[in-house]
Ligand binder design. Structure first.
Ligand code: SAM
Ligand code: SF4
Length: 333
């Protein structure tokens, strides 16, 4: 691609990743993300169609975006998601498509997604104890998630990661069972710090269970881990490997060790708003352009405006921090 077209912000950060939310709906109600009851979802016609998403991706791919992640809400509740994957794998310049899912509907969709060209999966799993799963998700579903993981392994995804949100005072008991589960199945495990993006706004910094605490517990139980040099710039996780060959563990520590300095991500919400950060207060309306005859150049300018306005960091630990109005499920995690 022409390097003059690249999306570089005022801090010199190059943007090559796009997270696309395909729905704000979900089949469970994790307390760190959604309200438990009476959730107001966007009407179907407000969501971008697959054609609109593809057009947006074609525009940003010309500007150097090469990696996509589909997310939500729960992306697998959007019907025929494999058809979106099949469209996006064909866009010139896109060389990597991944999906983040809670895994509940994965057993029935894994094969179709794999056939459509999806290579990488992140499956969220915070607890292996059914009671703890229910406390967090406020719905049942552990068995389906485990079946989804097994099926995803069976159909041969290149890479499957397990994502666990770590919450101090709640999920400590799950760390070792998750470690054992991942080691036994050859899955990479990632712990994510709880961020202030819960719809019910109950987050406090005391609930953040930091990566270093978890690392110590894993090392005590399974033996030492050693750090791995990051595979590419902008990689938010600090990755470690068990020195006994038992696999990889990553830590995404947006609160205790923000990685804003090397952030290379943009986001497109399910209803077609561009965001330059999870914690952005502002959105850029791509849907209106997509639906009202906007040109590719206009879409490009919109994306450039968003990139230019990106702040240095989220500032969670500062007095100036203020939460975005939208919660995680409405932005796309
Ligand atoms: N529904 C899918 C899932 O849960 O994997 C995709 C969307 S979800 C919003 C994406 C990821 O964000 C999940 O791994 C979830 O655990 C994580 N997440 C949600 N709310 C969070 C929060 N407040 N802090 C940290 N991670 C969060
Ligand atoms: Fe649903 Fe994912 Fe949010 Fe949990 S984290 S409520 S699975 S969107």
């Amino acid at each position: 691609m022409n390097s003059d077209l690249r999306l570089i912000d005022t801090f010199g950060r190059l943007h090559t990743d796009l997270r696309i939310s395909v729905t704000d709906r979900c089949n469970i109600r994790c307390f760190y993300c959604m309200p438990n009851e009476n959730v107001v979802f966007k009407a179907r016609e407000e969501l971008l169609t697959f054609e609109e998403i593809e057009r947006f991706v074609r525009v940003v791919a010309r500007l150097g975006v090469s990696k996509l992640r589909l997310t939500g809400g729960e992306p697998l509740v959007r019907r025929e998601l494999d058809q979106l994957v099949a469209r996006l794998v064909q866009v010139p310049g896109i060389d990597d498509i991944a999906l983040t899912t809670n895994g509940i509907l994965l057993a029935e969709q894994a094969a179709a997604l794999r056939t459509a060209g999806l290579k990488r999966l992140n499956i969220s799993l915070d607890a292996l104890d059914p009671e703890m799963f229910r406390r967090i998700a406020r719905r049942d579903g552990l068995e389906q998630v485990l079946a989804g993981i097994a099926e995803a392994q069976r159909v041969g995804f290149d890479k499957i990661k397990l994502n666990a949100v770590a919450i101090r005072g709640l999920t400590e008991s799950q760390i070792l069972p998750l470690g054992r589960f991942a080691r036994e199945r050859g899955l990479e495990l990632r712990f994510i710090e709880f961020m202030p993006l819960d719809a019910e706004q109950h987050w406090t910094d005391e609930q953040v269970l930091s990566g270093s605490d978890i690392l110590n517990r894993l090392a005590e139980a399974f033996g030492p881990l050693e750090p791995i040099t990051p595979g590419h710039p902008g990689q938010p996780a600090s990755d470690y490997r068990f020195i006994d060959g038992g696999g990889l563990v990553g830590f995404i520590n947006p609160v205790s060790q923000p990685f804003c300095e090397s952030c290379n991500r943009l986001r497109l919400t399910a209803e077609g708003q561009v965001r330059n950060c999870l914690f952005s207060q502002e959105e850029w309306d791509a849907r209106t352009l997509l639906r009202n005859g906007g040109s590719d150049d206009e879409l490009e300018q919109l994306v450039r405006s968003s990139v230019s306005a990106k702040r240095a960091g989220h500032g969670i630990n500062t007095a100036e921090f203020y939460r975005p109005e939208r919660a995680m499920f409405q932005i796309g995690g």
